[in-house]
Design a protein around this ligand. Structure first.
Ligand SMILES: Nc1nc2c(ncn2[C@@H]2O[C@H](COP(=O)(O)OP(=O)(O)OP(=O)(O)O)[C@@H](O)[C@H]2O)c(=O)[nH]1
Ligand SMILES: [Mg+2]
Length: 367
């Protein structure tokens, strides 16, 4: 995987563009009226990773390239979006290709900012968006089933099996439930992959809370959970203040930690959001460096060394012979590659090696 991409969904005025703007350097309009995001906005941000800076110091890397995450901001969905109301359905096209979805729900109170719904029941807002997403996916699945049915009638056995899977998903979606709730085998999941269903993607909830959430004694994570009435206890829910993130992004880097400390938050929402994305998708980071460049790379947990080599250079996967590797912590302990080698701490690993988070890797490849 070259990079993680996250699509931002939610009702109009939930704070998606404000968050997006804060997260990325791309300037997009964030106005106090619905539908100001009319073009999809794509922004790329570096993944915050302290280990990269530490290696850079130790090896005095002339060039440092962090892993990146792509955010895609779309216009707000409204009730009936899946039937062409508002602009929602059309814009869903722009997030069909993302790896994960961040569902932004408005919990901040501000009477000057128009809310599309009554705005006093975040769980209703959440359900509204989820229903629209499910209905939009349902359209795709129904069309898919029709196509398969034609094939099945002409005797295609494989199409019959594909219909069985698609039918299960259809039943879920008809109930307004996300497709991800249906447990699928890898084979079944593959059959659906081409449809790019939005509700099959891993999803996290981003509660756009007031800036004083971290200092307000009565505000709590449990309070958020119950006001959103999340049934799925395994759901990922992140409290973030889009407004605060926007203010933070305007400060010089050096002043950010102090600002966060002052409001009682430990880390920026960006860092938490990206980490949640990595966890949601089971992604890990490995590093590579030579005399020219130090780089962080993103791969799936469990990926083997040849696949890691393939992210660095497509050819490397097939030509992989072995990898030299050392864990970040060990490298930091020895302080240099030379010292680590002399201590025998740099290992050789073969094709079956499952790369671990924080590994530094050097690939040996053949012709
Ligand atoms: N008080 C407060 N206002 C916010 C917050 N987040 C966003 N807003 C305001 O709400 C308005 C709408 O925010 P946007 O970020 O444009 O909302 P959106 O979700 O992108 O809306 P659409 O693009 O129309 O779907 C803007 O005036 C923001 O300044 C927040 O955390 N607190
Ligand atoms: Mg917007």
């Amino acid at each position: 995987m070259a990079k993680l991409s996250i699509g931002i969904v939610g009702l109009p005025n939930a704070g998606k563009s404000t968050l997006f703007q804060a997260l990325t350097t791309v300037a997009v309009p964030a106005e106090s009226y619905p539908f100001c995001t009319i073009e999809p906005n794509v922004g790329i941000v570096p993944v915050p990773d302290g280990r990269l800076g530490r290696i850079a110091e130790l090896v005095r890397a002339p060039k440092v390239t962090p892993a990146v995450v792509e955010f895609v901001d779309i216009a707000g969905l409204v009730e009936g979006a899946s039937h062409g109301e508002g602009l929602g359905n059309r814009f869903l096209q722009h997030i069909r290709e993302v790896d994960a979805v961040a569902h932004v729900i408005r919990l901040f109170e501000d009477t000057t900012v128009a809310s599309v719904t009554a705005g006093d029941d975040p769980s209703r807002d959440r359900e509204l968006v989820e229903t629209e997403l499910a209905l939009a996916d349902l359209d795709l699945v129904e069309a898919h089933i029709e196509r398969l049915a034609r094939k099945a009638r002409s005797g295609d056995r494989d199409a019959k099996e594909a219909i069985e899977v698609a039918d299960r998903i259809r039943e879920r979606l008809e109930k307004g439930e996300p497709a991800r709730r249906e447990s699928l085998t890898t084979e079944e999941e593959k059959r659906l992959r081409g449809l790019n269903l939005v509700t099959i993607k891993p999803q996290m909830y981003v509660a756009n809370v007031s800036e004083d959430f971290w200092s307000e004694p009565t505000a709590s994570y449990e309070g958020l959970l119950s006001s959103l009435r999340l049934e799925d206890s395994g759901a990922v829910l992140l409290p973030v203040s889009a407004l605060l993130e926007a203010e933070l992004s305007e400060l010089p880097q050096a002043e950010r930690a102090e600002y966060l400390g002052a409001i009682g938050a430990e880390e920026s929402g960006l860092a938490r959001l990206i980490r949640a994305g990595y966890e949601l998708l089971g992604l890990i980071t490995f590093f590579s460096f030579n005399e020219n460049e130090l780089r962080a790379w993103t791969i799936r947990e469990g990926a083997l060394a040849p696949q890691a080599a393939g992210t660095v250079h497509t050819d490397f996967e097939d030509r992989f012979i072995r990898a030299e590797t050392i864990a970040f912590e060990e490298f930091e302990h020895y302080g240099s590659l030379k010292a680590a080698r002399e201590a025998g701490a740099v290992r050789f690993e073969g094709k079956e090696y499952a790369v671990r988070d924080g590994d530094i890797l050097w690939f040996r490849t053949g012709a």
